[in-house]
Design a protein around this ligand. Sequence first.
Ligand code: ADP
Ligand code: TRP
Length: 324
Amino acid sequence: MRVLSGIQPTGRFHWGNYFGAIRQYIAMQGNEQSFYFIADLHALTTVREPDVLRKNIQDAALDLLALGLKPEQATLYRQSDVPEVTELTWLLMTITQMHLLEKCHAFKDKKARGIAADAGLFTYPVLMAADILAYDSTHVPVGADQIQHVEVTRDIAQRFNGLYGESLQLPEAWVLDDSAKVPGLDGEKMSKSYGNTISIFESPKRLRKLIMSIRTDSTPVEAPKNPDTCTVFELFRLFAEPEQLLALAERYRAGGMGYGEAKETLYQAALAHFTPAFERRAQLEATPDLVEDILREGAHRARAKAQEVVARVREACGLGAKPV
Ligand code: ADP
Ligand code: TRP
């Protein structure tokens, strides 16, 4: 069994990324057979400033390690440190049917909005298939938006196996807990593209300011309030124990509590939750060589596996010298 997932370094990770994905990757780590990588080649389809990309990649590594990814319990690496993946991308591209890619949402959405797409965006799902297939991955934890890409991966693997004989392991998507759909400052789904995010490693001062800016309705302080329709309460749910949640819900319903107070409660809970990770992050930041070593060691382990799979694939499709 091999669990594998990737996350794009397109900006600082936010609460949605944490509760919707990262926290669950960390819960699933168990041995170095689990592979998690920073999808820097995918990020190239959107981040076009080298210094920004470099910083994003470094931040992604620091964030993941500070949040609890343990190099001895999971392999962490940069996607681009395993060149076999890009080689496999081409080998897969030669048997990928256009219609599979034409229906993929990242490309379809751009096209529908009349924006010109690059070949990289169009073939993005083939790179993702190579990410998965290069390591004989069996389980791919992803958010609902990525299920389509795992299906495409399976289609590609099946077609390759049909043409050249059984060479590639068919993976399964493990759909991450959707109940953790985290709302943003405006109550819509938290997402970088909506500009409504709260980053995980926000400074306490900015964190407080952001929380105070969460959109609420205009129910006066004295009036009873409905916790079930309030973004502040929904966010508090992510951090609170059941009894703390119940206590705050009662205060909402009783009236006499303003949203400012609820926001303060949320701020304190978030701060307490992330303080240990903040401390770990500061230590890691002070030891950049250690972080680099972790990524290199991860890539070394990942590459050993990818080389084995790519050799098998090359041979299956007739490349290289005839095996003796
Ligand atoms: P963004 O929408 O900010 O660009 P990504 O698409 O890069 O975020 O998301 C990376 C991972 O985080 C995905 O697995 C996705 O399912 C998860 N994720 C992102 N936003 C949320 C959210 N608001 N609630 C739950 N999960 C989320
Ligand atoms: N496309 C994924 C996303 O945007 C990231 C990703 C790249 C990935 N390669 C992957 C996820 C392989 C799982 C497996 O979230």
